[in-house]
Design a binder for this molecule. Structure first.
Ligand code: SAM
Ligand code: FES
Length: 348
């Protein structure tokens, strides 16, 4: 009953203290989760009705100069088969996506120096020229403020950069010494300041993660007040130092989605591919816990399986149209509708 009262307080005040977050996360059980999800759905329906926004994900390079310990495309993974899409390839993905009703494209990739700012600005301008009614999201990691500004001036609207974990010591256990939580977070503040619609997020159940860390993630996100929050379970990749670590659970990921919906009722919250990978109905359950976005894959099938961040990733053999219609069916099956609009965030 005490925990239910904490959830009521969260709904009312859209905030809790660190101690209260930890209490909720550690004390959670199935009944409490159902209580949380019902309230989360109420908020979701109030702001976004039964609409589900779609974003067409284009994974344009799997080269990466970084060496994140969890990630299958880390530079030390010599078994990764590397690829890059040309500007023409990327534009052709957008064309396919546009025909399928996508009005948001997400360009995601490793931190690949081949794509200089000049090349990126060119690609961004071309996409915005050809598809002026579409929103363009970048997810290409940590860059200088000047670079972020150049992409924004070229027409990029949104930027996804998960903070991964707000706790600096935990961050250091997941990343090489060249990367820091402080720099990652500074990038997010810069992006916001420039005027991007910003998405952050974290992995659930990453190695060494505690309830305190998750509480710190929630506090950081509250402070950042982003437009979007991408969370998904950590899933081990066999060619990384974390090959033998346990995956994050469906249950905790759903619980965190519910908490996020109550903390930032108007935020965009995707039911991620990783969630769909650990459970056949993961994305549907994510929507029912408060999520309101899905991100089907638009990458060419020829490179799909090579963008392998974690093992057993779903959709790697499916054409863009198949993913699009598969998700439409899945959302309909639980009473939700995919809508083809830009789907801007109400959390501004
Ligand atoms: N390079 C860009 C960046 O760092 O933001 C974008 C690509 S990065 C591969 C996208 C996200 O994949 C990361 O933010 C991370 O949370 C997620 N990811 C990487 N490895 C993962 C794993 N083993 N399990 C689950 N998610 C993973
Ligand atoms: Fe490339 Fe982590 S190894 S983003």
């Amino acid at each position: 009953e005490h925990l239910k009262m904490l959830i009521d307080k969260l709904k009312k005040e859209q905030a809790l203290t660190k101690e209260e977050w930890v209490e909720l996360i550690e004390g959670r059980n199935a009944e409490l989760a159902e209580y949380l999800f019902a309230l989360a759905r109420e908020e979701r329906h109030h702001y976004y009705d039964h609409d589900v926004y779609v974003r067409g994900l284009i994974e344009f390079t799997n080269y990466c100069k970084n060496d994140c310990l969890y990630c299958g495309i880390r530079k030390s993974n010599s078994n990764a088969k590397r690829y890059r899409l040309s500007e023409e390839d990327i534009l052709s993905c957008c064309g396919t996506g546009y025909e399928l009703g996508f009005r948001t494209f997400v360009l995601q990739g490793g931190e690949d120096g081949f794509y200089t700012d000049e090349k990126l600005v060119h690609i961004i301008s071309r996409i915005k020229e050809l598809y002026p009614d579409c929103a363009l999201t970048l997810s290409i990691g940590e860059k200088s403020r000047e670079s972020y500004q150049a992409y924004y001036d070229a027409g990029a609207d949104r930027y996804l950069l998960r903070h991964e974990t707000a706790n600096a010591a935990h961050y250091a256990k997941l990343h090489p010494a060249s990367l820091s939580a402080a720099n990652r977070q500074q990038c997010l503040w810069d992006l916001k300041d420039i005027g991007y619609q910003v998405g952050t997020g974290f992995m659930v159940g990453s190695p060494y993660q505690t309830a305190e860390h998750l509480a710190e993630d929630l506090l950081f996100i509250k402070k950042l007040n982003p437009h979007m929050i991408g969370i998904g379970p950590f899933i081990p990749h066999h060619d990384t130092p974390f090959a033998d670590e346990k995956a994050g659970t469906l249950e905790l990921t759903l619980f965190m989605l519910g908490l996020l919906r109550l903390m930032l009722p108007k935020v965009l919250l995707p039911a991620t591919t990783a969630l769909g990978t650990i459970h056949p109905k993961g994305r549907e359950l994510g929507i029912q816990a408060g999520a309101n976005v899905v991100m089907p894959n638009l990458s060419p099938v020829s490179v799909r399986k090579d963008y392998s961040l974690y093992d057993n990733k779903i959709c790697t053999g499916d054409e863009a149209a198949e993913c699009r219609f598969c998700l439409e069916r899945r959302m309909k099956s639980i009473g939700y509708n995919i809508v083809t609009s830009r789907g801007d965030s109400l959390n501004i």
